[in-house]
Design a protein around this ligand. Sequence first.
Ligand SMILES: Cc1ncc(C[n+]2csc(CCOP(=O)(O)OP(=O)(O)O)c2C)c(N)n1
Ligand SMILES: [Mg+2]
Length: 634
Amino acid sequence: MSETVRLTVAQALVRFLGAQYSERDGVEQKLFAGCFGIFGHGNVAGIGQALLEAELAEPELLPYVLGRNEQAMVHSAAAYTRMKDRLQTWAVSTSVGPGATNMVTGAALATINRLPVLLLPADTFADRAASPLLQELELPDSGDVTVNDCFRPVSRYFDRVWRPEQLSSAMLAAMRVLTDPAETGAVTVCFPQDVQAQAHDWPVELFAKRVWHVARPLPERAAVARAAEAIRSARRPLVVAGGGVHYSGATAALAAFCEATGIPVGQSQAGKGTLLFDHPQCLGAIGSTGTTAANTIARDADVVIGIGTRYSDFTTASRTAFQADGVRFVNINVAGLDAVKHSGIGVVADARETLEALTASLADFRVDADYEAEYQRLDAEWDATVSRVHADAPSGGLLTQNAVIGMVNELTEPRDVVVCAAGSMPGDLHKLWRTRDPKGYHVEYGYSCMGYEVAGGVGVALACPDRDVVVMVGDGSYLMMATELVTAVQEGVKVITVLVQNHGYASIGALSEELGSQRFGTRYRYRSGTGRLDGDRLPVDLAANAESLGVRVLRVRTADEFAAALREAKAATTSVVVHIETDPLVPAPDSRSWWDVPVAEVSSLETTQRARKTYDDAKSTQQTFLHPSEEVSS
Ligand SMILES: Cc1ncc(C[n+]2csc(CCOP(=O)(O)OP(=O)(O)O)c2C)c(N)n1
Ligand SMILES: [Mg+2]
């Protein structure tokens, strides 16, 4: 008989998590930096008790951080692991019922962005002795469904530990998925409240240090040959770089590939920073919120090389970005799902390994000098546009959002990290932010989740204490979830929040207007005598709100005041909120792109009828990409 130790399931869980490590390229780190948590009756005496014992006996094992909102804790964990290239993450412990289901949005965000987070929702009693419990779902037709089943479709691995004996297999399976570059995402393991407190004799081997090697799957030789052949046949090739380039640590390999071949790069939101903004082959953002340079080159590209990208609708301008007849795709991705998109030539492998192999195979290939000159001219034109709008004059006494972005860009250091997720700023940042460090740009745009911003900023700050974090958040997103400012204060981490007040939704307002819906329901206004939301502005004071959470707040209005506040925030050692009002009606420069949002086919409104006409015209340019990329078109 092997040696055993008697512990509760929760104590065993905490001890197990504290003993997990990840390794890649010879570098080892603890897989879990800690455990976020909010206690309720579902976890206070189980996992809560185990975390307490650990904190007292071995504080480094699995440090506990109290958050304010379960969804926010998952966002913080996701932001953290993104900064760590998915090699280190957090566990998140919640109570049963609402505490658990509050995490569902975070789980979807993590899974869609392919970010590993370990979710540990408590579950209702396994023994059902006192059912129904407080917060228990009772269904007339099923006894084994709980609210936690909501996690199944948004988790890459889902399990429930009904009995202590199941802990080892559940946790080993969970660790495998968390550390698998293709499968990773939210991993959810539910712990019924009574099981957490149950004691069991565990084999001590379960708690031995365990190292999970994060793979770099090698490309098949034949797949590299197919990819190289397609690229060699191209006259106007273009790389679309996504977040996978970052996670693979392939930014240097990408630069080497582009410098050797002269192939330019357009970047998705997650792919920004894969080449720095002033790299000669970097055309910046691509797609619906792209630059004119990347989008012009994309239009006529004959071979598109997607690296670590999911080809989301924003990246492909809803499949209108690539218009060349017979355009072909080469897709390098660890996930088979992505490698076959757009009927592409798939290389299911690690980005860094594949780029190195391709660079070697294409040693004799370089694009024409004319093509290089063309994209560099386009890039210089866009760069001039950026410089111009960064220096936008105030509009109606208010700074424009372009100027706010320009000033933050200018007054922060290259290694500082800008964080954003939803509203008009992600698109504007995608176009206008000059990324000067690979990790300096952190916009969550897989789920574009309002409320990610502050929580994500806390996660970034925890991951990178040597960088300043600047959270750019709109009033709408701030109102949805500013709660983690309190967590930042508690943990003594510094987050600079630029709170952009424009009294509603600039983003959806502009979209609504463009689609003929007249900015309906997108302004923060009183309901007036007309019965509509068209009265005076609501008297919200978000600066006072932030102040009430224990953060220092600087209220500014002019460019000089804003610059002074940013300098003060940079010099500070604690979190600062800079509150600025902007004009919501001045947009970022147009890049002649599209996003598929269907407009009502019939309507009594003239605005809608006109918008539908424009919609139909754009829709007619949408591509299917069903032509197999392997078949060489003449
Ligand atoms: C959780 C969530 N709900 C709704 C949306 C849809 N949505 C996208 S942007 C936006 C408005 C954001 O407002 P604000 O933060 O003030 O930014 P602004 O548009 O004014 O720049 C909404 C409602 C979303 N992305 N996430
Ligand atoms: Mg707003």
